[in-house]
Unconditional design. Structure first.
Length: 185
């Protein structure tokens, strides 16, 4: 399966509707001061390597541009009830191996623990695993990121590997956990 096939799936993909949210293409107009503040918030980014960077409108625009014609997805998470953008998701596709690595950020802290992350995760995974060009979805996180570990486990992903003490968080070595889930076809 070539990258163009995944680009065609991007066109079929949008929008995806979950129980509480809508996933749609992240656009230049979504690079708002709120979004940039999320990326520069040490609490929101505590488990992400993005915490090592200072984000600006220019850096965010360059990141968005990197998705053009790449075969990868950069999505915004919008609440259904008012269309407020509360986070983002990424899906990096390896067409040669038919694998997609997924990531999520719920940036609006007031929505943490309200089920939006799980709904977004399940909605995207269900859609991806139903595509013929995807045989497996993967994701990873630090062991201490308990909310992300639970999210992956509740979505039916299985722990596949541990890289002991792979990264440092505030100077303390942390294990990286890698999860995966295969499609039914």
């Amino acid at each position: 399966m070539d990258t163009q096939a995944f680009n065609n799936l991007q066109e079929q993909f949008l929008p995806l509707i979950g129980e509480k949210l809508v996933l749609s293409q992240f656009q230049m107009t979504d690079i708002t001061s709120d979004y940039i503040c999320w990326l520069n918030d040490p609490v929101i980014m505590q488990f992400s390597n993005q915490r090592f960077f200072t984000h600006t409108p220019l850096s965010c625009g360059c990141y968005l541009d990197s998705f053009a014609n790449s075969g990868n997805l950069f999505l915004k998470i919008e609440r259904k009830r008012d269309s407020a953008v509360i986070g983002t998701m990424t899906a990096y596709h390896s067409p040669q191996h038919r694998i997609v690595d997924v990531g999520i950020m719920v940036g609006l802290r007031s929505e943490w623990g309200q089920g939006y992350g799980q709904d977004a995760w399940n909605t995207l995974l269900t859609w991806l695993l139903d595509r013929d060009c995807v045989r497996k979805v993967t994701a990873g996180t630090m062991r201490c990121n308990l909310a992300m570990v639970r999210l992956m486990e509740r979505s039916g992903m299985s722990l596949e590997a541990v890289r002991p003490q792979q990264e440092l968080l505030d100077g303390v070595p942390q294990d990286l956990l890698y999860f995966g889930r295969f499609s039914g076809h």
